[in-house]
Design a protein around this ligand. Structure first.
Ligand SMILES: C[S@@+](CC[C@H](N)C(=O)[O-])C[C@H]1O[C@@H](n2cnc3c(N)ncnc32)[C@H](O)[C@@H]1O
Length: 454
């Protein structure tokens, strides 16, 4: 018996039982197996004046008062118990629906059933392990025996994913109304027709009793999950702009890494880059601004996967950059320096697609200068990606210096001067991009210069 199951049963007792009323309780699968499932049984939870606990199992042993020899007919009088409970047992019943019918038969009208069964967890054969159960399974079990379903939830956070079902046996069996009969008649006729025609024409199975709340709410009903989920839930409730702020502050500036190396990137953009790279299969990717090198290593690893190409990384500050990779071509210095520009052009010389990613100084004039200097490298069909236009859309983002009006203003000026480039919005479908308006595709050759002209 694992500790969470004991806690669940304790909670069910507190919620549904009156401590002052006498109680006859039958526990199905009561054998205390110890071992992997943990020692213990539910018996001590029912040790109270006026309450009487009976343990039933198919095997004799600790905590077993009645031994039955099969799951489908027990030598016990019907409707004798106020409460039938079962924890971690029904998954071991090969024909669980028959065992379930017997469990229900044991309960007096108006009495309750508490069921705890796993939704996940390792195979544990006592002597067989056949099934896993979800909240909808509780609905199906209720429907199978005409019970009222009071509670159905799965505790996904624990290792067994305990599914809890609470059922009440009605005082009277449900009325066989005309609607009910018509439903079954239609079902039967559909089955026959389906059989004759070779199709399954049965009416769709009616939805099982749905849990009271949607899945997220059901999960949140678990105290521990609720605690763990609370901060995330708060984030989900925020607007997209607020989400960007949170993401920039708590993730991009702090926690995003590629293969252990810090990357100052929105990971959603990396996915988009992966798509671009797979489409383009570049010979060279020029990264203007590499900082710690997480984004550089990402690009290098994507090229590793594609099996070709090199990354030219340019930065003037290499204090935190320590990459060493066979595809890496490193240029140290300022992007405005003609020697740096010359070195980059030399490394790009040759045939094949060239992609440029700009993630350096995001001020308008610096971006425009770098666009003018490096865009001629971009081959037709490829892109110059101007990163971080998000700062123009959401200037309140953490880490954005006040008054920055940068990448987007530069893009607008550049496109006016360079009709061979177009803004390609097709890669902004994920919405959560840091590069709105920043995917500039070269659609035709320029008059002079660049790799095409070379
Ligand atoms: C935002 S960080 C780059 C982050 C990196 N691409 C990533 O995603 O992890 C900007 C980098 O650009 C470099 N940089 C800014 N202006 C530059 C310039 N004029 N010349 C060379 N490097 C520059 C900075 O030194 C810094 O490392």
């Amino acid at each position: 018996m694992h500790a969470e199951a004991l806690d669940e049963m304790r909670r069910l007792i507190e919620t549904y039982l009156d401590p002052d009323r006498p109680l006859e309780v039958l526990d199905i699968g009561s054998l205390d197996v110890g071992g992997a499932c943990g020692d213990g049984s539910f018996r001590p939870l029912f040790a109270r004046a006026g309450w009487h606990y009976t343990g039933l199992d198919m095997l004799a042993g600790p905590n077993v008062d009645r031994v039955v020899h099969h799951g489908w007919r027990w030598p016990l009088r019907s409707r004798r118990f106020d409460l039938v409970i079962s924890g971690q047992a029904l998954e071991h019943a090969p024909r669980f629906w028959e065992t379930w019918r017997e469990m229900v038969r044991m309960v007096r009208p108006g009495g309750l059933l508490f069921l705890i069964v796993p939704a996940k967890g390792l195979e544990h054969r006592y002597p067989v392990d056949c099934w896993r159960f979800y909240p909808d399974s509780m609905g199906a079990l209720a429907e199978l025996e005409g019970l009222e379903l009071l509670q159905a939830a799965t505790r996904w956070a624990n290792v067994w994913g305990d599914t809890i079902g609470v059922f009440r046996r009605p005082h009277r069996p449900p009325r066989q109304s005309w609607a009910f009969l018509r439903e079954h008649l239609r079902d039967a006729v559909g089955t026959l027709l389906g059989y004759w025609l070779g199709h399954d024409r049965r009416a769709p199975v009616a939805a099982t009793a749905a849990p009271d709340e949607p899945v997220a709410e059901t999960l949140l009903a678990d105290q521990r999950v609720a605690l763990a989920a609370a901060p995330h839930r708060e984030r989900f409730n925020r607007s997209l702009a607020e989400w960007f702020s949170y993401f920039q502050r708590d993730m991009v500036l702090d926690q995003v890494h590629w293969m252990g190396v810090k990357a100052v990137k929105n990971p959603m953009d990396c996915w988009v880059y992966q798509q671009l790279l797979a489409e383009l299969r570049p010979r060279v990717v020029v990264e203007l601004g590499s900082a710690h090198g997480g984004s550089t290593l990402f690009l290098l690893n994507m090229l590793d996967l594609l099996g070709d190409g090199a990354v030219v990384s340019v930065d003037r500050d290499r204090r935190t950059f320590a990459l060493n990779h066979p595809r890496l071509r490193r240029v140290d210095g300022d992007l405005a320096d003609p020697k740096v520009i010359e070195q980059v052009y030399a490394l790009c010389a040759g045939d094949g697609p060239v992609l440029v990613v700009h993630d350096a100084d995001h001020q308008r004039d610096a971006v425009l200068r770098d666009l003018r200097n490096f865009a001629p490298l971009v081959t037709v069909g490829s892109w110059f990606i101007v990163e971080d236009g998000i700062v123009d859309v959401l200037p309140e983002l953490p880490g954005v210096p006040p008054g920055v009006a940068g990448p987007l203003a530069a893009v607008v000026a550049f496109l006016d001067e360079n009709p061979e480039f177009e803004m390609d919005r097709s890669h902004e479908g994920c919405v959560i991009t840091y590069n709105p308006g920043g995917f500039l595709r070269r659609v035709r050759p320029a008059d002079a210069g660049g790799c095409d002209a070379a």
